[in-house]
Write a protein that binds this ligand. Structure first.
Ligand code: BGC
Length: 953
């Protein structure tokens, strides 16, 4: 009786909207882009996705409840926040507005939405988040470590011998009392860590805590370890490696840099704290300190680039058991280090996202085998083996084989990429997965295997940031499907904590040019919101004093000449902008604003306030002009012309972003600036009469010092027109002329592309924008060099760095290539997916976060008969799926609840268009738009719609 009275009272307190009269249901509740995360955002942003069985549905209001306990939430008692009924249609980026959150606060939340008729839907399922350690004083743990190579610092690398000290292991026994209700592990490293409790690995993360400018910030991970602990003696175990902090990074070895490793510090360090809460409210904290013991544990070498050597005989037996005698171990050393800003890792960590079995194993010479995974990946091999103690298995990794079957390692340059396992001889067999390295590979050369290796001895572990899949794409054309798969695999191989250029050679750095070109595309494949939240911070941390953004981030300059470059440095503007467009994220704009303004001021100064970069403006860089249209073919597009376009383009983006965060004066300023840059560009680089883009090659001299400068420079290139069109630099008539010139250039080049990094993304969209979708399709489908099809014909399973990275069965060609600069997993050329998504499938965001969008597929006349793209937007799933026959087209679309779309249905005859088998006229669910250029427009609210129309090729 008393209970039911309380329930009734609670119901009353929960407010008016308890009963559901609508089917509008909030699902996929997320906080800071993740599901039930730990966060240290003081005011985290919440989002949900609405579902409804009705068409044209949207949210008219919502209410969020946040409680400190699940029971309270269930009872409708929102002791942290009751938003009240908020009358708007926002379902993402909703900022928490309740009681100030403190360290360790658990927050349980749910949301209810009202439909367009003002009827309430059911409450969502409950979700949660938990605050991390918000105050420096929360940390009781010391940095501990062990210097296994004393006296080597700061001795620079000389010769070929690598300095790879062993990885220390740490051990601590703790007594856990009765009735433990909650246990959290907060852990980080200057280096990389792996943590176990009683022999069980905590978390699934690899390469944690990730790469940052460790001098400015270090991320930590938080884990719920309640289930791992029992009362009584428990064993805490850690292993620590060198990682990006004190291991080898980049191509420092290759270029003979004075510093080749330990860029941030010599000795790695671990900081961990286990916090236990008992039923009676008592807490207990176990923190790293000199009461932890340290030893070496079999991992005699471990390095991201070079791989691991592990001797299973050296791992202390039973050190995971309570009572193991570690008295002969040493006390862990306090590592004296400056205090650093510790923050919760804001993104999905690097994890094993897939496993692959070998497709073949072949014996080459006596005892040397080649394992083929059938797919180029970034990751590791899990080895399962039975043999004698002391048997030594060596695994070398490569992306390709030479035509004679040898493993190709030339393109790894100075990355040793070798893992060695020495067996302890367990009669039951043994299993090993390296913990602190990864490789870019499809093939593994195995030597020393006891007996004949079988497929089941090897499992390929696909490693990468565990960004949720957001898109799928499929057609009836195998080449296009393979291309799409190659793009996705390349992204998976290179989104490894940061967006790297490549996963295999001695580089793997966050090159900014690559990331700005591909950033937008990446969001179509995976949910990269949290991933880029992290990396944009890295980029800001690496911004130069001058305001320029660097060539790569994070990382100290590997060599003095790595400074900034047009087309690279703009990542600081373009990547935040892509986040805003994809997810409607304005916080990233606010948090980047000062940095971005500083960058634009750098531009103004550098260009002498002339709004233009004339030829030779970047001759002081090394290489001169920067990297320009990197890896293009034939005559070079002047880097200064591209720099001017990038300046104008970023001014345009700044105007849009300023408006988005309510800075209207700055918006106006940047709008005007963009106009001035475009005008200056036209008067300098455009021949008004012919509409040709031109350049004065004189300042480039013989081109020496410029990337591929010997090819000569021309303004009349594919890349030049593609950029001017794509970045909206031309008037309507100029654009028309530019489109013709671009088509002529293609014709003169045998209908082949010639673009490099700075032209490839823009090329097909520029053709479509100037009415030559046919040419865009032709480029996409050709298999002649240079093209995406050529790569696929030559066996590519990922996107190559160069258009001619490999030619099947042509050893001579291979010899003539630049073997060292030849990655088989480089995503820049994969930016063609932007066109496939936006033009072939025709999905294009109008408002940020796809709050409103267009579906306008470009249907080719031949070869492809069916294409389908789906995309999990922040508002829900979008689909565009078309299929054509000789005389008709069907188009199926899905529009998420709470969004609107204009769909353009290709047809010869607007009267032939049917929706759900019925004429469009008088249909209640849609409003009819214009018939324009062979396409009938309809305006749609949410729902699934199937159109048919007549369409002849
Ligand atoms: C990287 C690129 C990068 C470039 C600069 C290369 O070594 O792999 O992808 O953008 O250097 O031109």
């Amino acid at each position: 009786m008393k209970n039911s009275l309380i329930c009734w009272l609670l119901l009353l307190l929960a407010g008016p909207a308890a009963l559901a009269n609508s089917d509008l249901t909030p699902t996929q509740l997320r906080v800071e882009y993740r599901t039930n995360p730990f966060t240290d955002e003081a005011k985290p942003r919440l989002s949900w996705v609405l579902e409804s069985g009705r068409r044209n549905q949207h949210q008219s209001a919502y209410r969020i409840l946040v409680a400190s306990k699940p029971e309270l939430l269930e009872a409708g008692q929102a002791d942290l926040w009751d938003s009240g009924k908020i009358a708007n249609d926002q379902t993402a980026q909703v900022v928490y507005g309740g009681t100030a959150l403190t360290s360790r606060q658990q927050c349980f939340w749910k949301v209810q939405s009202w439909d367009k008729e003002g009827q309430p839907g059911p409450w969502s399922q409950a979700a949660s988040w938990e605050m991390g350690l918000l105050e420096a004083a929360d940390w009781k743990a010391a940095w501990i470590g062990k210097d296994f190579a004393p006296g080597t610092a700061p001795a620079p690398f000389k010769g070929k011998e690598l300095l790879l000290p062993p990885a220390p292991i740490f051990r601590k026994e703790v007594s856990v009392g009765q009735k433990l209700v909650k246990a959290r592990l907060y852990i980080t490293a200057l280096g990389l860590f792996e943590f176990k409790i009683n022999g069980q690995r905590i978390g699934k993360d690899y390469l944690a805590p990730g790469w940052t400018d460790y001098n400015q910030r270090v991320y930590y991970q938080a884990y719920d370890v309640t289930e791992h602990l029992k009362s009584g003696k428990q064993v805490l175990q850690a292993r620590l490696s060198y990682g990006w902090y004190s291991g080898y990074i980049g191509y420092a070895l290759l270029v003979g840099n004075p510093v080749v490793r330990a860029f941030y510090g010599e000795v790695p360090a671990l900081k961990a704290q286990l916090e236990l809460t008992y039923e009676n409210g008592q807490t207990q904290t176990v923190a790293t300190g000199s009461d932890w013991n340290v030893s070496s544990g079999g991992l005699s070498e471990s390095d991201i680039l070079h791989g691991e050597t592990y001797d299973a005989r050296e791992e202390p037996e039973n050190w995971h058991l309570p009572g193991y005698d570690d008295s002969h171990w040493e006390a862990a050393e306090h590592i004296a280090t400056a205090e650093r800003q510790l923050q919760l890792y804001p993104a999905q960590p690097v994890q094993v996202t897939d496993t692959l079995s070998p497709v073949s194993i072949t014996e080459r010479t006596n005892g040397t085998f080649i394992v083929n995974l059938g797919q180029n990946i970034a990751g590791l091999i899990r080895l399962r083996v039975k043999g004698k103690a002391g048997d030594k298995i060596v695994l070398r990794f490569g992306e390709m084989l030479h035509p004679d079957g040898r493993l190709m390692v030339e393109n790894l340059r100075m990355a040793r990429a070798t893992d060695t396992y020495i067996l302890k001889g367990d009669p039951e067999g043994e299993e090993w997965v390296p913990g602190f390295t990864y490789h870019g590979f499809q093939y593994v050369e195995v030597t020393g295997f006891p007996g004949t290796p079988q497929k089941e001895n090897f499992t390929g572990l696909v490693l990468g940031s565990n960004t949720p899949r957001a898109g799928h794409f499929e057609t009836d054309h195998p080449l296009v499907n393979q291309l799409y798969q190659n793009i996705v695999w390349t992204q998976r191989a290179n989104f490894v904590d940061i967006p790297t250029d490549c996963p295999q050679r001695d580089e793997r750095m966050g090159w900014t040019g690559d990331a700005q070109i591909y950033g937008g595309t990446s969001a179509l494949n995976m949910d990269v919101a949290a991933f880029f939240t992290k990396w944009i911070r890295d980029l800001q941390d690496a911004q130069w004093e001058s305001g320029a953004y660097p060539d790569y981030a994070p990382a100290p300059s590997v060599r003095a000449s790595d400074t900034f470059a047009p087309g690279w440095m703009e990542a600081g503007i373009i990547n935040p902008y892509e986040m805003y467009r994809a997810y409607g994220d304005t916080r990233i704009i606010e948090r980047s604003w000062e940095n971005m303004e500083k960058f634009m001021a750098f531009h103004a100064k550098r260009s002498g306030d002339r709004y233009i970069y004339p030829e030779g403006s970047f001759a002081d860089l090394s290489p001169k002009g920067g990297y320009g249209d990197w890896l293009s073919i034939g005559k070079k597009t002047p880097p200064d012309m591209l720099a001017t376009i990038y300046y104008g383009y970023t001014a345009q983006l700044m105007a849009e972003m300023a408006a988005a965060i309510g800075k209207s004066t700055r918006a106006l300023h940047y709008q005007e600036l963009a106009g001035k840059i475009k005008a200056a560009f036209a008067s300098h680089y455009l021949d008004e009469t012919s509409g040709k883009l031109t350049t004065n090659p004189k300042p480039y001299g013989d081109g020496s010092g410029y990337v591929d400068g010997h090819q000569g420079f021309s303004g009349h290139t594919q890349t030049a027109y593609a950029n001017a069109i794509y970045h909206d630099f031309l008037s309507k008539s100029q654009q028309e002329a530019a489109g013709k010139h671009l088509a002529d250039l293609l014709a003169a080049n045998g209908e082949k592309l010639a673009t490099g990094f700075l032209g490839v993304k823009q090329l097909l969209p520029a053709l479509s924008a100037t009415g030559r979708s046919d040419l865009a399709y032709q480029l996409l489908l050709t298999t002649e060099y240079p093209s995406w099809g050529f790569e696929i014909e030559n066996g590519a399973t990922t996107i190559w760095e160069r258009w001619d990275s490999y030619v099947k069965d042509d050893p001579e060609k291979m010899e003539s290539l630049n073997a060292g600069m030849n990655s088989f997993s480089h995503y820049a050329f994969g930016s063609v997916y932007e066109w496939m998504f936006r033009n072939m499938a025709g999905i294009r965001a109008e408002l940020p976060g796809y709050k409103s969008f267009t579906i306008a597929p470009e249907i080719p006349k031949k070869e492809i008969h069916r294409a389908q793209a789906s995309y999990q937007s922040i508002h829900g799933e979008i689909l565009s799926s078309w299929k054509r026959s000789d005389s008709s087209l069907s188009l199926e679309v899905v529009i998420p609840v709470n969004t609107r779309a204009v769909v353009w249905i290709p047809t010869d005859d607007p009267a032939s268009v049917l929706l759900d088998g019925k004429s469009l006229h008088g249909q209640a669910d849609i409003s009819l738009g214009n018939f324009l250029d062979g396409r009938q427009a309809v305006v749609l609210g949410s729902g699934r719609y199937r159109f048919e129309s007549t369409l002849h090729p």
